[in-house]
Design a binder for this molecule. Sequence first.
Ligand SMILES: N[C@@H](CCC(=O)N[C@@H](CS)C(=O)NCC(=O)O)C(=O)O
Length: 205
Amino acid sequence: MITLYGSMTSRATRNLWALEELGLPYEMKKVNLADGSHKKPEFTAVNPAAKIPALTDDGGVSMSESFAINLYLAQRYGVGKLWPTDPAQQAACLQWSMWAATEVEMPIVAVVVEKVFKPADKRDDTVIARNIERFTPEVAYIDRMLAGKDYLVGNSFTIADLNAACILNSLTRVGFDFAPYPNLARWLKACTSRPANQKVQAMPR
Ligand SMILES: N[C@@H](CCC(=O)N[C@@H](CS)C(=O)NCC(=O)O)C(=O)O
């Protein structure tokens, strides 16, 4: 059995999306950040980094890092589905996943923190402006790469799309104007409206 440790308001939702895409049986163990459960020994035995998500399975896998978890799930259970068989396409899936993790996640999360989680009077407009400046060229880049294409890699939805879409979708929470990026907007809608993601979004928070 696969066990996913996390919460519905954490990066674990991107792993739930992958698990649902693959139709895998799994259980979710809730880890409550608000009461510090992620720092308790029961959980740090699973992830010594004291962060969610984490994933274990009966075969001895015990891992963290949400994008790595998705790559693992795709490679182990999604060959020919989320994970292409062609090595060049596999390479492209790794490239887009690393891009999501290193080029866009941090600046987008920084803007979400300022605009969504902080009270208006605590908002730091300098932080917002600096991070928008960081992610805007990346957003323009993926928009160009999606011109005339339905998916990032090959002709079908892969883990590259899932890993990139799960973070780019956070832009919808901060009033981002997608109008200059029609390819991105079209692709993001196609990805996020997939039944697996809709199912995750409908799960109780
Ligand atoms: N790079 C990690 C980030 C994990 C992370 O920061 N998780 C947050 C929740 S989404 C967390 O556990 N925060 C608690 C803390 O940092 O104390 C990943 O992608 O899984």
